[in-house]
Write a protein that binds this ligand. Structure first.
Ligand code: PLP
Length: 823
């Protein structure tokens, strides 16, 4: 919600066709998705082109929810649309996204506080989140939600700034030259922060200098820009293009405005010694020890000081930062509850995102519960509580648990099932009163409430090895594949084998959300499992028999039929309509009808019109291998011929699909009506042609159980197969072959990443544990370990034991917790 904007005044001055209606034009919120509207009358609905879900046909849906102000694509202009939105104020323009950006710019102009713009390749979100935390010691802060830093995210963030905020923190991210200019116009930061420069999106820039220059466009109008002086490429550019009075640098070495050196502080963390150019000194302390966090913290310290905070207040803010995972995470809870952990921060925008995420989890067997701390930094409490109450109603929360003294005065506006506690300790003491059973629980609290304690109390005992699925990366990959297809081509996602090991129900819900059209599983019970968890998308089942007919009908599953025998049995036993997908064997030699079966298939289907051919498909045997391109093309040609024959003889138009992930990249011209996406969703480009365009969506992580010093010549593990070649240290990790960490990774075949260091395995892999060499790496008990993810990648790891990513992924043990993360 923002301070009111007059949509009339905006529209008459905007390019495009403005058709004012009779409805009031004061707007206080902007929505691009008709599914999370809250107060229609004060909402402006922007129908963006290109996104399927939010396309203009959702305008009518918004209208039903009382929305009367719209920005629509000019292409959607039609008398019918105008009638269906009668009375509304309609602005039709070439590019609704531009109009949204202009509107944001207007909100920016009205903002009197200080705007901070943060850019860089890594660390933007963390610096923003931490700085917000520290600044909220002194100021009322607005920050962009999560990583809203794109051409769409930035305007949406700016449209959340209100006059009551004193500082606004906004992230800007770019992937191509030219993009920053628009973001700069919307954000117009007065203080700029350049975090780091890395290799993301390198393919779109000529060189590093060009990328740095593009990012610095954000600082065009800044009074101050903060950067690290010893990153030469960045400081070189800034020093050439920005006057000295604008630049504020920090460094570990003398010569910068702030010298900030780091000293380890025993087991407690680190001390940061500050020497300002005015010769002021101060010592900050933090629990962090890793270089990336220490870099981010130094940006935060300098920014806090530049924004007028005392060193003492900055330190108070730093004390509240912990090495907690700040991302929204879904976890397994006690009593078969599911916990959505967002205990890192609490503001209205973040609450809405978290509630939206909660919605995507499907309906729990028990209740939807929200445990929320008060939001002191958001301004007037009565107004804030009104807004919280409205969101609670909108998102169908059954039960509300409020923590903090302020809720007391407005109890009445919350749902009937409610409970209030003055502080976190009281809540913890009386947690059992809440009687949580099979509930879906969102835990969201401001840092100072330490809700991680609540999460710990609710969490099922976790084995410390987790397979983390990053839903943002998943979506990125999904969008990348979809972008290869013509509009209208459907995407079926293969969620067989527990969605390649990642958890089929959770992934299916997310896919439903991001616009997948179809799902496919290998066996009927996998389909039943999904239906029982509320998945609504059509589901194809690759392997089923006529004896499964009841199950298929009851759960609306569409079987693949690959032989005449089954087709005949199904046709004879089915008493109601059944949708099937017919599989043709064009060369895989696994399953499918052959050319000689086609006539008989036609006859059977003609005789049994209740068997409906929903799909017609074939599978490529070697889509990912250039050496077999001719064979693939022969398969594609055969499929084309046979499918035409069937369609012509039967006079029907089933969905035709042949391409898997590899095929979508290699033969996009054969996408036909639908494609079948699998491994690519998880960030593996199996052809190796476009790997850099995908993001690793799954990572396997564990922790260090113990570290020990060994002498030269000592041996390690079963069969004494590991041997120290010099004095050193080894770490024992909480993962073994029973978790899917293959025995062949032992004896130095693979490495893991600990605090940025590559540590090779030493000795054989045990059932539940393994050892790695961490000599000289300052590794401690409890440190996080990455088995695969960004580095080493899943492909790298698979290669080093001569297998494929599919096998590694599907082999991850069932006892490994799956964590779903939205960052
Ligand atoms: C598993 C499977 C796919 C998906 O393959 P990927 O290589 O993971 O994209 C597509 N079609 C069929 C028939 C499959 O069995």
């Amino acid at each position: 919600m923002i301070d009111p904007i007059d949509f009339n005044a905006f529209s008459v001055n905007h390019s495009g066709d403005y058709l004012p209606g009779s409805a009031p034009a004061q707007i206080q919120r902007v929505s691009i998705d008709s599914r999370n509207l809250q107060n229609g009358t004060s909402t402006l609905f922007v129908a963006l082109e290109g996104t399927r879900r939010s396309g203009w046909h959702f305008a009518a849906d918004a209208y039903r929810q009382q929305v009367r102000n719209f920005i629509l694509p000019a292409a959607a202009h039609s008398p019918e649309l105008q009638t269906s939105l009668s009375g509304s104020n309609l602005l039709f323009c070439q590019d609704p996204l531009h109009a949204l950006q202009d509107l944001a710019q207007m909100n920016r102009h009205a903002f009197k506080g200080t705007v901070v713009g943060i850019t860089g390749s890594n660390g933007k979100t963390i610096v923003k989140e931490w700085l917000a935390q520290v600044l909220s010691e002194n100021y009322r802060v607005w920050k962009s939600p999560k990583s809203y830093n794109s051409q769409l995210g930035v305007p949406l963030s700016v449209l959340g700034m209100e006059s009551s905020h004193q500082v606004a923190l906004l992230e800007a991210g770019i992937s191509q030259p030219g993009e920053m200019k628009r973001l700069e116009a919307i954000i117009q930061p007065r203080l700029g922060i350049f975090t780091t420069i890395g290799t993301a999106h390198d393919e779109n820039f000529e060189n590093l200098e060009q990328k740095i220059a593009e990012k610095c466009v954000l600082f065009a109008d800044c009074r101050f820009v903060i950067y690290r002086k010893d990153v030469e490429k960045i400081s070189g550019y800034l020093e050439q293009h920005f006057p000295p009075e604008v630049r504020i640098s920090w460094s570990e070495k003398p010569g910068a405005d702030y010298m900030l050196t780091v000293k380890p502080d025993g087991k407690k963390g680190s001390r940061l010694l500050l020497l300002g150019n005015d010769l002021s000194t101060y010592t900050f302390t933090t629990t962090f020890r890793d270089p990336a966090s220490l870099e981010n913290i130094r940006h935060v310290i300098v920014s806090g000081l530049v924004l007028g905070m005392s060193a003492q207040s900055v330190q108070r803010g730093l004390d509240l930062l912990h090495a907690v995972d700040m991302r929204l995470t879904a976890k397994q809870g006690i009593n078969r509850c599911r916990i959505l952990d967002d205990s890192y921060n609490n503001d209205l925008a973040g609450l809405e995102i978290a509630l939206e995420f909660m919605n995507q989890q499907g309906k729990p067997a028990g209740k939807k519960v929200l445990i929320l701390s008060e939001m002191l930094q958001e301004g007037k409490q009565s107004v804030v509580h009104e807004r919280i109450a409205r969101m609670i109603t909108h998102y169908g929360i059954d039960r509300f648990v409020g923590v903090g003294k302020n809720f007391d005065s407005h109890k009445g506006i919350f749902p009937e099932q409610r409970a209030f506690y003055p502080d976190t300790d009281t809540l913890l003491e009386r947690l059992s009163e809440l009687n949580l059973q099979e509930d879906l629980i969102l835990v969201k609290g401001a840092r100072a409430f330490h809700f991680e304690r609540v999460v710990r109390a609710l969490e099922a005992q976790v084995h410390d090895t987790v397979l983390e699925i990053n839903l943002n990366c998943l979506r990125h990959n999904f969008d990348h594949y979809r972008a290869q297809l013509k509009p209208g081509t459907k995407v079926m996602v293969m969620v067989k084998a527990f969605a390649y090991g990642s958890g089929s129900a959770e992934i299916a819900h997310h896919l439903q959300q991001i616009g997948a059209d179809y799902l496919s599983v290998a066996y009927p019970d996998e389909g039943v499992y999904l239906r029982e968890r509320g998945v609504e998308l059509p589901i194809m089942v690759m392997n089923s028999a006529a004896r499964h007919l009841d199950l298929l009908l009851r759960y609306r599953l569409e079987p693949v039929v690959y032989d005449l025998q089954t087709l005949r049995e199904l046709a004879d036993t089915a008493t109601e309509n059944l949708s099937i997908h017919l599989e043709l064997d064009t060369g895989m030699r696994r399953l499918g009808m052959e050319e000689m079966d086609l006539e008989a298939t036609v006859t059977l289907l003609q005789q049994h019109p209740h068997i409906q051919m929903a799909g017609l498909f074939s599978h490529l045997a070697a889509a990912d291998e250039a050496a077999h391109e001719a064979f693939s093309r022969q398969q594609l040609a055969l499929f084309d011929r046979w499918s035409r024959f069937l369609m012509q003889r039967l006079g029907c138009r089933p969905l035709r699909h042949v391409l898997n992930s590899a095929g979508i990249i290699r033969f996009p011209e054969y996408a036909l009506d639908m494609v079948r996406l699998g491994i690519g969703l998880f960030g593996v480009e199996i052809n190796g042609m476009e790997q850099e365009k995908l993001q690793p969506a799954v990572s396997l992580k564990t922790v260090v159980s113990q570290v020990r010093k060994l002498k030269k010549g000592e041996t390690i593990g079963y069969g004494r197969r590991g041997r120290m070649h010099a004095d050193g240290e080894i770490a024992t990790l909480a993962i073994g072959y029973a978790d899917g960490y293959d025995r062949r990774f032992g004896n130095g075949q693979a490495y893991v990443l600990i605090k940025g260091n590559k540590a090779r395995t030493i000795g054989t892999i045990c059932m539940d544990m393994c050892m790695v060499d961490v000599t000289g790496m300052d590794v401690r008990e409890g440190d996080a370990v990455m088995l695969f993810g960004e580095d080493p990648s899943l492909q790298q790891l698979a290669e080093c034991i001569g297998t494929i990513p599919y096998e590694l992924l599907t082999g991850i043990g069932r006892r490994v917790k799956r964590l779903y993360v939205l960052d």
